[in-house]
Ligand binder design. Structure first.
Ligand code: NAD
Length: 296
């Protein structure tokens, strides 16, 4: 079992840290929200007054933060963790961020003898709680092998996508597709409802037909069709529209750099940006179905 520091205990990071504790690791935690820290401490984690205090003994440092600026600030900012992590330790950043920041942070840490992998995840809050996340790892083969036993405690499918940043490219491809599927499923369900169909019946039909996809299987956007999903909880919890809009922006940046055509992704980015701009940023991304609802 290892000494692990876990920074960023939000919707995803909290349950991921909890699974590391359950696996028997010694986990030191930190978050800007004291309540998030208190929850993990009650489960057996330790903490410190400062974030630096949580990493000094750590062999693994896992970070799960909102965006690239937070990751860069944490590791390379004023009195950043680069000055406190011991040489030979391995940083596992599971946040979804841009490839440029990944390479910048990885290179700076490497100059100090600190190893780094980008390891963004897929599977949502449910996957984080159940320990069934998919990890998409960018970094050296040897760092991948070192991280794998720790990642196995939080996920089910652990992929080595390539060098630094490759995990993030895989992640934005996946989330661009997810945004397209969620928008498409929403418009199909609304079309059915506008024509008198029960969304439960239509969902069941499409699940057994060629329209079947992940959103129909486990994350139906229509309230009342499925239990224990954000749509049946007024779109609270889950994956915020703001974060999906951020990921689609990352996908667009990636597409510009490689001069790739992404017409469906471009449309999805505009839809989610519009939806976030109308005050739905903190709601789960499946609330995009509301965009298609007719005024009563
Ligand atoms: P969240 O906003 O719930 O959690 C982020 C946490 O980071 C917050 O608790 C915040 O206080 C903390 N934080 C921010 N800056 C910090 C700092 N400098 N030091 C310590 N703590 C800090 O977000 P989330 O839903 O947990 O998502 C985290 C990352 O995972 C994002 O990059 C997101 O895109 C990605 N992701 C989310 C989901 C999902 O379903 N929620 C799924 C896959 C990937």
């Amino acid at each position: 079992m290892a000494n692990v520091a876990f920074i960023g205990l939000g919707n995803m990071g909290g349950p991921m840290a909890s699974n590391l504790l359950k696996a028997g690791h010694k986990v030191a935690v930190f978050d800007l929200f004291p309540q998030a820290v208190a929850t993990l401490v009650a489960e057996g984690a330790t903490t410190a007054d400062t974030v630096a205090g949580t990493v000094t003994d750590a062999e693994f440092i896992v970070s799960m933060l909102p965006a690239g600026k937070h990751v860069e600030g944490l590791f390379l900012g004023d009195d950043g963790l680069i000055n406190h992590i011991k040489a030979g330790a391995l940083v596992i950043d599971s946040s979804t961020i841009d490839k440029t920041t990944v390479v910048k942070v990885a290179t700076a840490l490497s100059d100090k003898g600190i190893n780094f992998i980008d390891a963004p995840v897929s599977g949502g809050v449910g996957g984080a709680q159940a320990g069934t996340l998919s990890f998409m790892v960018g970094g050296s083969a040897s760092d991948f092998n070192t991280a794998k036993p720790v990642l196995d405690n939080m996920g089910k499918n652990i992929f080595h996508a390539g060098d630094h940043g490759a995990g993030q490219v895989a992640k934005v491809c996946n989330n661009m597709l997810l945004a397209i599927l969620m928008s498409g499923t929403s418009e199909a369900l609304q079309l059915g409802m506008d024509n008198g169909l029960d969304p439960k019946v239509l969902s069941e039909i499409m699940l057994q037909s060629s329209g079947r996809n992940w959103t129909l299987e486990v994350y139906n956007p229509c309230p009342g069709v499925m239990e224990n999903v954000p749509s049946s909880n007024d779109y609270n919890g889950g994956f915020m529209t703001d974060l999906m809009a951020k990921d689609l922006g990352l996908a667009m940046d990636t597409a510009v750099q490689s001069q790739s055509a992404t017409p469906m992704g471009t449309l999805a980015r505009s839809l989610f940006a519009l939806h976030a701009g109308k005050g739905n940023g903190a709601k789960d991304f499946s609330s995009i179905i509301k965009m298609f609802e007719k005024a009563k």
